[in-house]
Design a protein. Sequence first.
Length: 397
Amino acid sequence: MSRVVLAGAGEDLILRVKQATDGDVHVLPPGRLPGDPARLFEQLVDGELPDVLLVGPHAPAEEVLSLASRLDVQSPGITVVLVTDPSPEMWQAAMRAGIRDLLPPDADVADISAAVERAGRAAAGRRRVLRPSSETDRYAGRVITVASPKGGVGKTTVSTNLAIGLTAAAPQSTVLVDLDVQFGDVASALGLVPEYTLPDAVRGPAAEDTMVLKTFLTQHPSGLFAVCGAESPAAGDTVSGEDVTRLLASLAREFRYVVVDTAPGLSEQTLAALDRASDVVMLTSMDVPGVRGLRKELDVLRELAMIPAGRHVVMNFADPKGGLTVRDVETTIGTGVDVVLPRSKAVPASTNQGVPILASGGRRDPMVRELRRLVSRFSATPLVSSGRYRAKHRASS
Ligand SMILES: Nc1ncnc2c1ncn2[C@@H]1O[C@H](COP(=O)(O)OP(=O)(O)OP(=O)(O)O)[C@@H](O)[C@H]1O
Ligand SMILES: [Mg+2]
């Protein structure tokens, strides 16, 4: 039996829909239809998503079309049916917004029942295709945690550009999570004004259902999704390690890549993100304190057996005149350096404008070239199972 939600309907239509569904319909109170799916779902008592959203003629057409377009992208497992005069123009606009069916306002009970049944079957079919193995396949997506012992070394720069690069390689594939819970600036680096932030994404209905969680994400014009940082340090501090574990597991079921920006050091949230990661990007600036800090952090993580299978060491602010060579760094940290990012004047400007350099930079800028190399380490290589790696790693340490 499909779960049906009815909005924008008058008494008479409510009665017919109740008959057509044997009373199994959730009727939303009259009023504005929220343009944002998350607001719509907040009105559902149990937070469970419908299979079919039936919208009556009381809801203004622009509002329905805008909501339907967003549902089509964010919650494609919900089928929208609109009750309105089915003019050719309306059909065309509805089709473009991803609305599945139109019913005339005087549709009788049998028509409504048949339309709801068709819509329910379509929703079930789409869900099967969209989430073929979500319940059994726990960590399908790749979780890439960007971390560093010290602040200001380019974590946010690298994570935003990596996420933009992966989105360009595979549209709708990537979500970026701002786990710098106190002073996160992913939203600013991407020029986003989020409606919901990290604390909203880890509690309430979003924590219970991955499809609902998707409606709490902020979308960047590139097609990248983001969980932006909390509005205040106090709000961010309410997010626990367990919250992070649950959030990343849910996102990895829905996205091929989950990129995680973190605060400097090894906070509770960063440790949780490393524990769930398939890959870590360890970042340092190319100077003695930065490199020493990285060695200490790598030592701690090795002891905890928390270095994920994919380990990528990135040097930022490389400066040939700084007195340190990549070889010196490799000797100190006892492992290879994978990517070296040069100091670039274009980067601070891109941070200030809220446009990542991979979204705007010229191809010939050396920073763009090296960031693309970093992106291709993920977009062109298969995932190694972190579970297997950890078992091996523990056995040998
Ligand atoms: N390769 C680079 N060349 C020039 N400037 C850079 C480079 N990488 C980062 N920056 C600049 O350095 C500053 C710090 O970078 P970013 O915010 O990415 O660091 P962070 O590690 O996230 O810092 P925090 O630990 O405070 O979160 C930013 O203004 C950014 O524009
Ligand atoms: Mg940062």
